[in-house]
Design a protein around this ligand. Structure first.
Ligand SMILES: *[C@@H]1O[C@H](CO)[C@@H](O)[C@H](O)[C@H]1NC(C)=O
Ligand SMILES: *[C@@H]1O[C@H](CO)[C@@H](O)[C@H](O)[C@H]1NC(C)=O
Length: 491
């Protein structure tokens, strides 16, 4: 009876194999990181009216190392908000007429752009949801389309905006002329700005942008991002019809992931795009608004506010998917700050810390939607703020990912190295505590760790524990921990 014997052997061996949890950091770097960030739409229009102490605190929470330490900020170049029903989502435009601008407009957006610059955020993107109303098909900032023949005028406007800020020391280095070009976000009255740009029109938008930057000698200092498609499946289907015509004028191919792709679909998108356009990197420039579990099950576009570790780890899993599975160099979350709490903090003090189905997971920091009438200027930090801080603080531009290899390498674990330090970001999405034994390819001496869990917000802990020639990293249930190692010495 050979068969039953073999089965007995396998079942007794499996638990032993599963308990090993050992892996190594590869000596060969993968991608070099470019930035971790998020967008300035549309909260600046509200937060600008908060007391200055709060605006300064918020700026530190977003842009300073003591806060998220973001290395990317996306400034929304307004199209005037014509046709947009929600005033918070109707940013002013500098555009008056061709070549005539009113630089006093959009004081709210400009304030936080300047705060980002002042606090040293190295990558600043100017992105637009629509051309100024005067240039679109319906004379509005949403519900219409790009008009053939306006590429030069639109590009000139955006290049003038970029040049204006650069002259003030706000070094915008990326520009994105069409955010989610597949939708007009109409009909009017619309919930936000938007302008449909057909795939066949996208080369004109890119060429207009490039030529205008070129006329100012800015093509080597300001890169063009395109096309910010809503999702990977749509993006991948459309590239062939426009991208080859302007490939050399695009700095990076950027996408959103509102289809919440499986690992298999994301990998397919990456390999197809790399095969067709090997000279270009792709990156993630917008995501929000999902419920779901720490291991990623149940994710998908949906309403609902969840300020707990459950949702914070689900979103951390999306960052790992883009940076580890897809090996992309840059990641931007969507609006950073939101009023979509779904409840009233003054009526119910537990509102900001309790999940509800009326709000939205579109921010890391929240504020009272009724602040203008009730004068509640408090800001509320969601657990996702603390998990995103691991990426903002430890995945810095110029550092490199080193793959973690071995049979127990985990898709939620990432090694980041600069010349002097290894950062191991490790997430345990399960309830049970585990431990990972990690081996390094060269010198490494544990220094300290930071952990975010149900009860800890980026809490400082002692470092990993030496275990022979390896290091033992304790991974508490449902947590994200970063273990830091000095690369300049062994110990
Ligand atoms: C992908 O984007 C397209 C264009 O905006 C949209 O029609 C489609 O519904 C999206 N698909 C998913 C799964 O989000
Ligand atoms: C900033 O806001 C956070 C969140 O509300 C709060 O915990 C912190 O005390 C504030 N800091 C300052 C300096 O006001």
């Amino acid at each position: 009876m050979l068969k039953p014997l073999a089965i007995t052997f396998l079942t007794t061996s499996l638990p032993w194999l599963g308990a090993v949890h050992a892996a190594s950091v590869s000596s060969t770097p993968a991608q070099t990181f470019h930035g971790i960030g998020g967008s300035g739409a549309w909260w600046p229009n509200d937060l600008y009216h908060f007391p200055d102490t709060v605006r300064q605190n918020l700026s530190s929470l977003l842009f300073s190392p003591s806060g998220l330490g973001l290395s990317s900020y996306r400034y929304n170049v307004g199209a005037g908000g014509v046709g947009v029903s929600n005033p918070t989502r109707a940013p002013q435009t500098f555009y008056v007429s061709p070549g005539v601008y009113d630089w006093t407009r959009d004081a709210a957006g400009v304030y936080f752009l300047q705060e980002a610059a002042k606090r040293g955020v190295p990558h600043l993107t100017a992105f637009a949801n629509s051309a100024p109303a005067a240039l679109t098909s319906n004379g509005a900032s949403c519900g219409g389309t790009f008009v053939r023949g306006t590429g030069a005028a639109y590009g000139t406007y955006l290049a003038d905006v970029v040049a204006h800020f650069r002259a003030q020391g706000v070094n915008i280095d990326l520009v994105s002329p069409m955010n989610e070009p597949d939708s007009s976000f109409g009909p009017t009255p619309c919930g936000q700005e938007g302008m449909q740009v057909q795939p066949s029109q996208r080369p004109e938008v890119i060429n207009g942008m490039y030529n205008a930057l070129s006329a100012k000698g800015l093509t080597s200092s300001v890169g063009i991002l395109a096309d910010e498609s809503n999702n990977l499946s749509n993006a991948g289907n459309e590239y062939a019809s426009w991208l080859p015509q302007v490939l050399d004028r695009v700095a990076a191919i950027v996408h959103h992931t509102y289809d919440f792709p499986s690992d298999a679909s994301y990998s397919t998108y990456i390999s197809n795009t790399k095969n067709a356009y090997p000279s270009k990197v792709t990156w993630m420039s917008e995501i929000c608004c999902s419920l779901g579990n720490p291991d990623g099950t149940g994710k998908g576009w949906s309403q609902g506010y969840d300020p707990t570790i459950k949702n914070a780890l689900m979103f951390a899993g999306l960052v790992f998917q883009s940076l580890v599975l897809a090996s992309e160099p840059h990641y931007d979350f969507w609006t950073l700050v939101s009023n979509q709490l779904g409840c009233s903090p003054l009526n119910n003090p537990s509102c900001p810390t309790t999940a509800n189905s009326n709000g939205w997971n579109d921010g890391l920091i929240y504020y009272d939607p009724n602040y203008a009438t009730n004068k509640n200027y408090a800001i509320y930090i969601k657990k996702q703020f603390w998990t995103y801080k691991h990426f903002g603080n430890f995945v810095k531009p110029g550092s490199q990912r080193h793959p973690i290899i071995g049979s127990d390498a985990n898709k939620f674990t990432m090694a980041v190295a600069d010349a002097s330090t290894y950062y191991i970001l490790a997430m345990n999405p399960n309830a049970a505590d585990t431990s990972l034994t990690l081996t390094f390819p060269d010198a490494a001496c544990a220094t300290q760790a930071f952990r975010t869990s149900a009860t800890e917000d980026f809490t400082q802990l002692s470092g990993a524990v030496k275990s022979g020639s390896s290091w033992a990293l304790a991974l508490k249930g449902t947590s994200l921990t970063t273990y830091i190692f000095d690369r300049t010495r062994s110990c």
